[in-house]
Write a protein that binds this ligand. Structure first.
Ligand code: CP
Ligand code: NVA
Length: 303
């Protein structure tokens, strides 16, 4: 039995196989071919925070693989507000084959995984977003034919997306530079997780230093879910941490632009970059579907 609570829960070889399977599944779907490995199985989706891409891509992934989805949320359950996440997960484990959960606190996922008896998948927490990282790697392979040896510049907060995509990219051999205002960078424990990885994960302050000659320019919102009360302060601090034409000009010649979405247009990213020739953003969003199907099939194999 395996969980996917962080992007490092699969070995490098397993991640590579997931990415290959994701590409295969994408091709099969384009020809109208679907696998049925989840027939007669149910997957629970539990969301404590809003979601479009993750919710829909997991729902569609499960259904296209022949399975069924049960949707739960923070507002129609008492998880953490009367029911212990461990008890919640233990009961779900009696009904369904996998639990996909989006939570505030990563520790809630750890608790769920302890007692679930079924695989638990992190659909985003305050600390990590491993399913996003998988789709990001699939997108980079599609565009460059490889991951190793490329340079990724992440401009913005050293948040959940920066941590998961940065770590997975570095583990697979990319050099990653995260540019954030002082006090908003990657936590030290995330940086130290990359020690010994084939790619480097570095934190800098200067946007120009990060984007120089990068193959991949990546950004995310300045105001993550749960940080809404700090919006004004964050807008003031992050003003220069945006992707625009000047960042793209500094990057490598065939650089691509990525964003996990949802984006605040013309805040962390110029609208013209979202729709410009360098944008990989829409393929990146689509790849959530294929990468998560591959993940579901991989975890199913360990059941
Ligand atoms: N990128 C992503 O996870 O989007 P949602 O919050 O809409 O699921
Ligand atoms: N950092 C963002 C990512 C959304 C997919 C958030 O946590 O809100």
């Amino acid at each position: 039995m395996r969980n996917y609570l962080t992007e490092l829960d699969l070995s490098v070889d397993e991640t590579r196989r997931v990415l290959e399977l994701a590409a295969l599944l994408k091709g099969e779907r384009a020809h109208g071919r679907y696998r049925t490995d989840l027939a007669n199985r149910h997957v629970a989706l539990y969301f404590e925070k809003p979601s479009v891409r993750t919710r829909v891509s997991f729902s569609v992934a499960v259904r296209e693989l022949g399975g069924h989805v049960v949707e739960l949320s923070g507002s129609n359950t008492k998880v953490g507000k009367g029911e212990d996440p461990r008890d919640f997960a233990r009961v779900l484990g009696r009904y369904v084959s996998m639990l996909v959960a989006r939570v505030f606190d990563q520790a809630t996922l750890d608790d769920m995984a302890k007692d679930a008896g079924i695989p638990v998948i992190n659909a985003l927490s305050d600390a990590r977003h491993p399913c996003q990282a998988l789709a990001d790697m699939q997108t980079i392979v599609e565009r460059f034919g490889r991951i190793e040896g490329l340079r990724l510049a992440f401009v913005g907060e050293g948040n959940n997306v920066a941590a998961s995509t940065g770590l997975l990219a570095a583990q697979l051999g990319m050099d990653v530079v995260v540019a954030s205002p002082k006090g908003y960078g990657l936590p030290a424990e995330i940086l130290s997780l990359a020690d010994g990885f084939p790619g480097r994960l570095r934190q800098v302050i200067d946007v120009a230093e990060a984007v120089e000659d990068a193959h991949v320019l990546y950004t995310d919102t300045w105001i993550s879910m749960g940080q809404e009360a700090e919006a004004a302060e964050r807008r003031a601090v992050f003003g220069a941490y945006r992707l625009d034409q000047s960042a793209l000009r500094r990057a490598g010649r065939d650089a691509i632009v990525m964003h996990c979405l949802p984006a605040v247009r013309d805040e962390e990213i110029a609208t013209e970059l979202m729709f410009g020739a360098a944008s990989a953003i829409w393929d990146q969003a689509e790849n959530r579907l294929h990468a998560q199907k591959a993940l579901l099939l991989t975890l199913l194999d360990y059941l």
